[in-house]
Design a protein around this ligand. Structure first.
Ligand SMILES: Nc1ncnc2c1ncn2[C@@H]1O[C@H](COP(=O)(O)OP(=O)(O)OP(=O)(O)O)[C@@H](O)[C@H]1O
Ligand SMILES: O=C(O)c1ccc[n+]([C@@H]2O[C@H](COP(=O)([O-])O)[C@@H](O)[C@H]2O)c1
Length: 194
């Protein structure tokens, strides 16, 4: 049985913050693999300045080329939008059966609003959560404190955002070190976010 950590996001574009977290999770927890699940449309986000799904997928694919325990998944591309995580988990369960156990990877910031996700209790009853620290406001709802299915993983805090990268790239700033090199080249050659 393979234990897979699913790391959901828009990845517009993927940056080294995402990569450091995913790699840390796979090296320093009991997860066997981490899959980046590229979300066509996140329930709480506007679609503004969102690159085509396939370009976002391609950038993730290129970022993880040298990391055999990291994978990129298109599973949500053919599911209804906006993409509710609970639906995707059901779909993956049907597709992969009992030899894969799917867990969720999320930042502490997302855990604070997790009670607003569609059918979050169903997710929590059926999947473990792997949570990494984030700089964020607000407190953790009591129902999640000490929950046996929620594991804290002490990954480094990487405060970089895709929004910052898009904005500063457009403004002509050099943001190259914040992206895996192949991602920077792809973005630059394709003239994205200009
Ligand atoms: N620097 C970071 N360190 C750790 N986790 C991050 C970081 N940036 C984003 N995340 C988290 O990674 C997941 C995927 O990120 P996603 O691309 O959806 O968001 P984002 O980077 O905040 O993008 P945007 O700025 O476009 O909203 C989300 O759960 C997000 O909270
Ligand atoms: O299922 C939900 O209700 C739900 C609500 C908000 C976010 N999510 C998932 O969490 C991912 C990260 O969310 P965000 O807003 O931090 O980019 C997003 O890509 C979705 O897959 C899921």
């Amino acid at each position: 049985m393979k234990k897979v950590g699913l790391y959901f996001g828009t990845f517009n574009p993927i940056h080294i913050g995402h990569l450091v977290i995913a790699n840390y999770m796979v090296e320093f927890s009991d997860l066997d693999e981490v899959w980046f699940v590229i979300t066509p449309r996140s329930p709480f986000k506007q679609k503004q300045s969102l690159l085509d799904d396939h370009h976002r997928f391609q950038m993730v694919f290129e970022a993880i080329e040298d990391y055999p325990k990291l994978k990129a998944s298109k599973v949500e591309f053919s599911l209804p939008q906006p993409n509710y995580t609970v639906n995707t988990l059901v779909h993956l369960g049907e597709q992969y059966g009992a030899d894969h156990r799917f867990c969720l990877i999320m930042g502490e910031d997302n855990l604070k609003t997790f009670h607003k996700w569609k059918n979050y209790e169903v997710i929590l009853d059926n999947h473990e959560l792997y949570v990494y620290p984030r700089v964020s406001d607000g407190r953790l709802p009591d129902q999640f404190k000490g929950h046996e299915g929620i594991h804290q993983v002490n990954a480094p805090i990487m405060e970089i955002s895709s929004t910052f990268i898009r904005k500063q790239h457009k403004a002509g700033k050099n943001i190259r070190p914040m992206l895996p090199d192949r991602v920077w080249k792809y973005m630059d050659e394709m003239n994205f976010y200009r």
